[in-house]
Structures are given as structure tokens and as C-alpha cells.
Design a protein around this ligand. Structure first.
Ligand SMILES: [Zn+2]
Ligand SMILES: [Zn+2]
Length: 345
């Protein structure tokens, strides 16, 4: 099954956020759209998806007219598993965390480079500084060739990082992020610090990869949903999952010593003994308490949900009971059948 995904943002002054929130939720429910939307007095920032391409288009059209924003840049992709489980609207002071809630990007262009213009600079010029404005773990799984890694934990540390670099004010600077929104605010900070020759990648890495896969960008691009990251062709990552111990992108396969389950963990956690030996926080905890003792794997919330859907669909199954470690179903005779850890990845 194909799921159609769109990521976009729009800066605009908004009031009565609770009303807007319920309008969004009603529309999403009507069109069976799922996703996460951050709503604030400065606008909206979202990634959403639907199994129906038509419905997602209708939702995008509705957003454009509702917010009177005909020029929103929608960054579209597809994947074969649902990237979101529900539709959620979160009200925040900032629609992208920059620590600058009162700073509103101007309408129209502010030193934006299209993917084509960006590519031209990267290939034909060499007197510039290119900075990845994302967090260190995003940088680690993929970035532009030659980009600097500020090694920051959160974007609010970015202004200080720039100040410390002591880059000349007339130097040509290039900044980029996932979908472009972080740079809309980041560029204002750089301009405030006196940099004038600073340019931002329009629509971010997602927009660039849509036009130039396997060119100046190396690796995958971290995204904020169940796909973890997208590859050069914007397909859902087949390489990374989220590390069960710490939540970073993970691609090192291990076999859990407690429950024998195969899982991927991140590079950092492969350096810690208990974590490199276990598939989950629960198994790590149990292994610490009882070294060497085998046990069953704890099912994850989404697996419980998938199971309910899977068995719930079967007409002959009357009832399904799910606990943290096992799934029991009632057969037509009313007898309980236990299925232990029936999901193998
Ligand atoms: Zn980890
Ligand atoms: Zn385990």
C-alpha cells in the first residue's frame, strides 16, 4: 500500500489558534489525513500523509485557501508504510524551535537559492563556507559534500556557534536544513550578526533531492516521522531504524541475548556493553537485574496496534486481548489462544 506524504510550512500572523486547531482536525478527519502539525501565532509547520493521493491533494488545496497562501511549497514523497498513526496539532510559541519567537521572516524571498542555483555554486565556486544548521545526529547520516557540522544539540545553540567561528563578515555563506524552515529564521540571525553574503537553500534538502538525487548530497536525510530518514530518491529508509535505547538513527544489527530478537542499534550504543547486547530498554533492564536469564520480548505500542488490526480483521476471531508481552485471541469456540511475540522483523 502506498502512502502519499507532504511536508510544508507557512509563516503568517495567526490568532484564535484553538479555532484553527479544530478546523484543521476536522478537515484531516474528513479526508483521512494523518500527521503532525505545529501551529503558532507565526504560522504552520507540518508533515502529513494519506493513503489517498486525491485526498492529500484536496487537503493541500484546502490549506492553501484556508490560510490564503497560494504559494506554499509542498515537498512531496511516498512510502509503503504509514508514516503517522494519527493526526495531531500542537500549539507552540514557535513553529520551528529557534529561540526567536518574535522574529518573523519577511514575505517573499530572502537570499533563497533554488536547487539549481545551489548546485551551480557548489560545483563552480570554492570561496564559500557551507554550514549544516541541523543537529549532529542528522548531519551524521547524510549531508552536502564539504558542509561544516556545528555539532549542536538544538538550533538555539546556532547563533553562539556562528559567533565563535569568527568567519569574516563579507564571506559567502551557504546554509541549509531539512525542509527550509529552520534557515528562514537562521538567516535572520546571521544577517543580524552582520553577514550579508548569506544564502539559504530553498525548500531544504528534500527539495534539492527531488531534483538532484546522487549529486552533491551524500547519504540519507533524517525526517521527523516513522520513516526515520529518506534516501537519495526520497524513498523511506531501508537502512535506518530508531535506536531502541536512545532514539538516534540506528543501523548496526544485533541479536538480543535475552530474547534473541534481531534489532538495530546506533553506533553510540554499540559501545556500551548492556546496550549492545539487548534489543530494548526492557531487555536491558532485565539483563542488568538478572544477567544470563532469558525472557520474552516486550511488544512495542505500534506492534500491539498492528496486531489488533491484523487479527481484528479476521471474521472468525471474536476478540483479541493484548498485554505487554503477549497477545491472546478468542477462537470461534470461545477458547483463548495465546500468540507469543508473533512478529518477526
Ligand atoms: Zn542508541
Ligand atoms: Zn530483547
Amino acid at each position: 500500500m502506498t502512502y502519499y506524504i507532504s511536508a510544508f510550512y507557512h509563516f503568517t500572523r495567526l490568532e484564535n489558534l484553538e479555532n484553527i486547531k479544530s478546523d484543521l482536525e476536522n478537515k484531516a478527519e474528513e479526508l483521512n489525513v494523518r500527521g503532525l502539525l505545529v501551529l503558532g501565532n507565526e504560522g504552520i509547520n507540518t508533515t502529513c500523509s494519506s493513503p489517498s493521493k486525491e485526498n492529500l491533494e484536496l487537503f493541500k488545496q484546502w490549506i492553501s485557501s484556508y490560510f490564503k497562501a497560494p504559494k506554499i511549497a509542498f515537498k512531496d514523497s511516498e512510502c509503503d508504510r504509514p508514516p503517522f498513526r494519527r493526526y495531531k496539532v500542537k500549539i507552540r510559541d514557535e513553529i520551528v524551535t529557534a529561540g526567536l519567537p518574535d522574529v518573523m521572516p519577511p514575505e517573499g524571498k530572502n537570499h533563497h537559492l533554488s536547487p539549481t542555483e545551489w548546485n551551480k555554486v557548489l560545483k563552480e565556486e570554492n570561496d564559500y563556507v557551507m554550514i549544516d544548521t541541523r543537529n549532529w545526529y542528522e548531519y551524521n547520516i547524510g549531508t552536502f559534500k564539504g558542509a561544516l557540522n556545528p555539532n549542536i544539540e538544538k538550533f538555539t545553540d546556532f547563533p553562539e556557534y556562528i559567533e565563535k567561528q569568527g568567519i569574516k563578515k563579507d564571506k559567502k555563506m551557504l546554509i541549509f536544513c531539512t525542509g527550509g524552515i529552520r534557515c528562514e529564521k537562521g538567516i535572520l540571525e546571521l544577517q543580524k550578526q552582520g553577514y550579508d553574503e548569506v544564502y539559504q537553500l530553498e525548500g531544504g534538502i528534500l527539495n534539492y533531492l527531488a531534483e538532484y538525487p546522487n549529486d552533491q548530497y551524500d547519504g540519507e536525510c533524517f525526517v521527523f516521522d516513522h520513516r526515520v530518514s529518506v534516501d537519495q530518491k526520497l524513498g523511506a529508509s531501508t537502512r535506518y531504524t530508531l535506536c531502541p535505547h536512545c532514539g538516534q538513527p540506528a543501523d548496526t544489527e544485533i541479536e538480543c541475548k535475552r530474547c534473541d530478537f534481531h534489532e538495530k542499534i546506533c553506533v553510540t550504543c554499540t559501545q556500551e556493553e548492556i546496550k549492545q547486547d539487548t534489543c530494548s530498554k526492557n531487555c536491558a533492564h532485565q539483563w542488568r537485574l538478572h544477567p544470563g536469564r532469558k525472557g520474552a520480548r516486550q511488544l512495542l505500542p505500534f506492534e500491539l496496534e498492528n496486531l489488533s488490526e491484523k487479527f481484528g480483521d479476521q471474521a472468525e476471531v471474536k476478540e483479541i486481548r493484548v498485554t505487554r508481552t503477549k497477545v491472546t485471541r478468542l477462537n470461534p469456540k470461545g477458547q483463548a489462544e495465546t500468540v507469543i511475540d508473533p512478529i518477526k522483523k
